[in-house]
Design a protein around this ligand. Sequence first.
Ligand SMILES: Nc1ncnc2c1ncn2[C@@H]1O[C@H](COP(=O)(O)OP(=O)(O)OP(=O)(O)O)[C@@H](O)[C@H]1O
Ligand SMILES: [Mg+2]
Length: 238
Amino acid sequence: MSTQPVVSLVDVRKIYGSTHTHVTALDGVTVDFGASEFTSIMGPSGSGKSTMLHILAGLDRATSGSVYVKGTEITGLGDLALTRLRRERIGFVFQSFNLIPTLDADANIDLPLSLAGRKPDKAWKAQIIATLGLEGRLHHLPSQLSGGQAQRVAIARALVMRPAVIVADEPTGNLDSATSADVLSLLRTAVDELEQSVIMVTHDRHAAAVGDRVLIVRDGAITHDLRAPSAKQIAQVA
Ligand SMILES: Nc1ncnc2c1ncn2[C@@H]1O[C@H](COP(=O)(O)OP(=O)(O)OP(=O)(O)O)[C@@H](O)[C@H]1O
Ligand SMILES: [Mg+2]
């Protein structure tokens, strides 16, 4: 990959707890994530996947090491600057959707922009909504949406900012297999047609295989770095 990585980790360590009860969640991880690339992260429960995602997205801080988002070192930023960078550069999609229950789909999609004091680019937003098939659902509250629709709203919310990177932690974890396939193909579309970068944690090797690259994490370290593997190839190492 010739372009600058969208996210880089350099010897990142994360230790939770005090001396007596400490857990090394990340044990010196160094990795570059490519721009306009879809990277999947797999590994056993407790291996450090969410920790890695949270640290690279500035939701949590490393104990040591450096994290760069689009060339900006975020490890040295104060809370305010970090919050701003997160709002402007990073789109989040979680297993539990995290939509605001009292806002309709349209207002949920606009929320990151509202928080940043910006107005949506109308053409871009319309393209996202059409791509995600949300036209008929914009004035529904989250409680009036199916799981798949709610997740599509969360993806639209992440995309509308044109973030440098979309991070997704088990985005299909609460969805049936047909809806999961839908959500994965939308994330794939975000990379192929909207030139976004996606970093996704998943427990499902078929979901992981949608990525251009699959990282396997074990005991806080990356043990395998696979280029466009099949689900079968992933099964041999994960
Ligand atoms: N806030 C915390 N305080 C203490 N320990 C934590 C904290 N968060 C995570 N850990 C520990 O760090 C390790 C890595 O956790 P992490 O959540 O990153 O795992 P994961 O790979 O995402 O697992 P899962 O697949 O179950 O979501 C685990 O041993 C976990 O218990
Ligand atoms: Mg996790």
